[in-house]
Design a protein around this ligand. Structure first.
Ligand code: UDP
Length: 409
């Protein structure tokens, strides 16, 4: 069975029909995505699924990754933090390094394309250094909340945006006034991927055992890069508040390294120290390709946490909802699009708040299961890959077609 037929079984005939019709307009066109890491984090995750689906529609899609010295990733991590409004320590030499790495990558990467999607700030200056005429249209795909950025960071990035024909944000609250047309496209997960497909019960239990977890006892889970914005210490605090009342409770904090995140090691160390005195807390450092392991963990959890203090979209939330798990999530960013109190989980503002909501979910099994079902259907309708690709292609069509032409999908 080809890919589109497999998706049809999950999302239905109509959705795939729309996608095929849109795809016809882009058959043979070359679309290149550029980001800054092949593994780790939501962007890499989506591109790994999106590119094959585009190809299935006859689009010549490919994925390029920019690279630079370790110092470059420190600088772009500051951009990431600064875009989210946090103070940063940046100097002119850092901005020069950003330009220069973009210049080198523009010469090295294969950017001959009808459309190039630039993901996030790291490769944002590529249009500046790519020869005129090599690329038809540039689209900046910003996955980060850029609504209240640090001034210096925004001034630097804004200069690059003039070269783009469109910018795409995950939600309205993340946008700010810019010089090109703006589109809203929330991210998505792939229901067919190893991360999200159904897995046999025996495999699930076997993986749990291998990780030192007990399949018979309730498990709280957070899957995240070890990043302060994901608040792993807050998760431990919430678990500790519950533990006296639920002595059986286990907690797993599963994370992995992202090649473009230099702060991960320090945060991991803090987490290990905080968890050191409790053997029921498992801090799992997983290799980048642990998709089935994460799938098994999410399916085994009784409640999934995503206690972020700042969040782009929170694919881990989507993944958990798809597996029928209610999510207790920090009330920020894209988590607020996905978690709706008493329907798909609870939004929380503090570790005691998280503990209080988890307590409710542990106590009322029937409500937990009902929320799980609602969450699964909610994701089917709004946050699967086919919907995201339909949004992208519709946007590209809008950019291409004269205003007076209509196209019904
Ligand atoms: N992820 C993973 N291994 C890990 C941690 C995270 O595969 O050790 C995946 C996770 O399942 C999700 C993505 O990375 O698909 C994280 O995306 P999200 O939007 O939640 O956060 P980001 O890392 O982009 O801030």
């Amino acid at each position: 069975m080809n890919l589109l037929d497999q998706y049809e079984q999950v999302v239905g005939h109509q959705e795939i029909g729309r996608l095929r019709r849109l795809g016809e307009h882009f058959a043979g066109k070359r679309i290149v995505h550029v980001n800054s890491t092949k593994t780790g984090g939501g962007v890499a995750e989506i591109l790994g699924w999106m590119v094959p689906l585009m190809r299935e529609l006859g689009i010549e899609a490919s994925w390029e990754v920019i690279s630079g010295p370790a110092e470059f990733y420190k600088v772009t991590k500051s951009f990431h933090n600064g875009l989210q409004g946090f103070p940063v320590d940046l100097h002119d030499r850092d901005l020069t390094l950003h330009y220069e790495v973009n210049r080198e990558n523009a010469a090295r990467l294969d950017l001959h394309a009808d459309i190039v999607f630039i993901h996030d700030p790291q490769p944002i200056y590529l249009p500046e250094f790519t020869p005129e005429g090599q690329v038809g249209r540039w689209v900046w795909r910003c996955h980060i909340d850029a609504s209240k950025p640090n001034r210096m960071v925004w001034k630097h990035l804004e200069k690059a945006i003039g070269r783009y024909q469109a910018a795409v944000f995950s939600m309205a609250a993340f946008t700010r006034p810019i010089s090109c047309p703006m589109f809203l496209v929330p991210p998505s997960i792939d229901p067919l991927s190893d991360k999200n497909c159904p897995i046999p019960e025996a495999e699930r239990l076997e993986m749990l055992g291998r990780l030192g977890l007990d399949g018979q006892r309730p498990l709280l889970l957070q899957v995240s890069r070890f990043d302060r914005f994901k608040d792993p210490l807050g998760v431990i605090e919430a678990y500790r508040l519950l533990k006296p009342y639920y002595p059986d409770l286990q907690l797993a904090l599963a994370g992995g390294p992202a090649a473009d995140d230099p702060e991960g090691a320090a945060v991991l160390e803090e987490v290990m120290n905080r968890a050191a005195d409790d053997k029921e807390i498992k801090v799992l450092m997983l290799p980048p390709d642990s998709h089935r392991t994460i799938n098994a963990l999410q399916r085994s959890a009784i409640v999934v946490l995503q206690k972020s203090l700042k969040e782009g979209f929170g694919l881990t939330v989507t993944e958990a909802l798809w597996k029928g798990k209610p999510v207790v999530g920090g009330a920020c960013g894209g988590i607020t699009l996905q978690v709706h109190d008493y329907h798909t989980g609870f939004l929380v503002y503090s570790p005691p708040g998280a503990a209080y909501r988890i307590h409710y979910l542990l106590r009322y099994a029937e409500k937990r299961q009902r929320m799980g079902k609602t969450g699964h259907e909610f994701v089917r309708e709004h946050f699967l890959l086919t919907r995201q690709l339909r949004d992208y292609l519709t946007m590209l069509l809008c950019l291409e077609r004269p205003e007076d032409e209509t196209f019904v999908v």
